[in-house]
Design a binder for this molecule. Structure first.
Ligand code: SAM
Ligand code: SF4
Length: 486
């Protein structure tokens, strides 16, 4: 059954479903990609303008290898121009895998009898957070199945617990959420616990496909999910994260759906989504999905570059679902956040070797337990290995949470829209959080590399006042001060 707004008793016009498959396909069928148009569109994006649906469709239809290359180079230039070389790091923490839905792609689906159902109790949660803090993490995303146990109060309680855990110099400074849609009161309850971003992925914007892959449970209600983040905004949560699960339907359509969703937020709330995620389907226990829409590595790279250009002010998140090589390749085309030291087994962070720096081999055998996990991840590197690789590749790893802590909502939007913001705030803050990591958690080799990069970046700062302030703060960090930011 298709749920209409009337059946859902949605009275608020703002929460009317806004995806029209014919409209999106219409753009894709009618937009022709000439070299001139593609170049104009890339230039428009490099001028920091969001693209229209038609312009996005033109980039999607640009199939010739040299045009694809121009799009990728455009995305790379935009990332460098707008965001610089910082990459924000976070880790996912799975709280519980009870689930009443039957999403055919997910190992947690209710019909999967092979999976062990686990929910962290308060002590387990504290232990997991301690282990994450001991590895150097500062930003987490808490992940939940959809189940009456995981109601708004439960989610808010887990958020408060996470913030309360302090292990040595460690603390979690930003807790994001990936959980099932709530009603407005529910979102308010979770907001009051001090969350950062609330993420909900539509999975597929194509309703017919949506109904095919969501076999039963509340999640089968396409409109309830599509309007979920409108309810979050109504509840005062300004930082919302959207996403599509690539591989369910044609990637071209899903990119259009993500851009349409973005336009909708801009039109109604005057602010686009804080982040966009683009997970690709990975193998999962008892997964039953046709391979008709499998997204190749080449198409995946293309779609990330197109998204970067289409929505230049939004953070793009790339997760450990993808192998290290793909992550390294795609990061240059506009990704702003990645997870590091990821373990998606429930309770997995306290297993032997799970958070030790450079314990990747140990981790991979400990981690790949398909009957305890939602799906298989492909990047098992420890946080420290990722830190080192980022530094080697001249990225600045960042755990910065300054905007959120100072009430500057929409950190990525600030970076994008306020001239000079990155130089004055983001980059120095990233360097200070990196210095904290180097002092508290890094093995000697990483520390040497990290401080060498820090010096290089300091030398590049021309603003003397800023440089002096930053140097003073870095000295304070060496002497034991923590949590300094501009
Ligand atoms: N249960 C909630 C829900 O479905 O919204 C919250 C989180 S769910 C655990 C997180 C996301 O994982 C889903 O939104 C989906 O996009 C993604 N996911 C599920 N199965 C996957 C698979 N086999 N491969 C990659 N990502 C998957
Ligand atoms: Fe449950 Fe979410 Fe998995 Fe669907 S994707 S089965 S709702 S955990």
């Amino acid at each position: 059954m298709i749920f209409t707004p009337e059946k859902l008793k949605i009275k608020d016009q703002r929460m009317r479903p806004f995806i029209d498959a014919n409209e999106l396909w219409g753009y894709l069928k009618q937009s022709k990609a000439t070299k001139e148009r593609v170049r104009e569109i890339i230039a428009k994006s490099l001028d920091k303008n969001r693209l229209t649906l038609q312009e996005t469709a033109i980039l999607i239809n640009a199939d010739e290898p040299d045009l694809i290359e121009e799009i990728k180079q455009g995305a790379k230039a935009l990332k460098e121009k707008v965001y610089g070389q910082r990459i924000v790091l976070f880790a996912p923490l799975y709280i519980g895998n009870m689930c009443t839905n039957n999403c055919s792609y997910c190992g947690f689906k209710a019909s999967n009898k092979k999976i062990q159902r686990v929910t962290l109790n308060n002590q387990d949660l504290v232990d997991q957070v301690k282990a994450l803090e001991d590895a150097g993490q500062k930003r987490l995303i808490l992940v939940y199945g959809e189940h009456p146990w995981y109601n708004a109060k439960f989610i808010a309680d887990t958020v408060r617990t996470v913030y309360s855990v302090k292990s040595g110099p460690g603390e979690i400074r930003r807790v994001n959420i990936n959980a099932a849609p709530l009603d407005i009161d529910g979102f308010r309850t979770v907001k009051d616990a001090g969350i950062g971003t609330f993420q909900i992925f539509q999975e597929t914007y194509h309703e017919e496909t949506y109904m095919k892959v969501h076999l039963s449970g509340v999640k089968r209600n396409y409109d309830w999910r599509l309007t979920a983040l409108d309810r979050a905004q109504e509840a005062g949560i300004d930082d919302v994260g959207i996403g599509a699960l690539f591989g369910l339907y044609d990637w071209r359509f899903e990119v259009m759906g993500l851009v349409r969703h973005t336009n909708h937020f801009e039109a109604v709330y005057n602010v686009g989504p804080h982040t966009i995620s683009f997970p690709r389907i990975q193998h999962a226990s008892e997964m039953k999905i046709s391979a008709d829409h499998t997204v190749s590595d080449e198409a995946f790279t293309r779609l990330v570059a197109i998204l970067r250009l289409a929505v230049p002010y939004t953070g793009l998140i790339l997760t450990a679902r993808e192998p290290a090589a793909i992550r390294n390749e795609i990061m240059q085309f506009g990704v702003s956040q990645i997870d590091g030291g990821t373990n998606i087994e429930i309770g997995g962070y306290t297993k032997d070797g799970a958070t030790e720096p450079q314990a990747a081999d140990k981790q991979s055998s400990a981690k790949q337990n398909i009957d305890r996990e939602q799906f298989q991840i492909s990047d098992n590197r420890s946080l420290n290995e990722i830190m080192e690789e980022l530094i080697d590749q001249k990225y600045i790893p960042s755990f910065c949470t300054a905007c959120y802590r100072l009430g500057r909502t929409g950190e990525h939007f600030m970076e994008f829209s306020v001239p000079g913001f990155i130089k004055r705030y983001c980059q120095p803050n990233a360097l200070m959080t990196m210095a904290e990591y180097l002092e508290d958690y890094a093995p000697p080799e990483t520390k040497i590399k990290g401080y060498a990069m820090l010096q290089e970046k300091l030398d590049e700062i021309d603003d003397k006042t800023l440089k002096d302030k930053l140097e003073a703060n870095l000295r304070k960090i060496k002497e034991g001060a923590r949590d300094l930011y501009f």
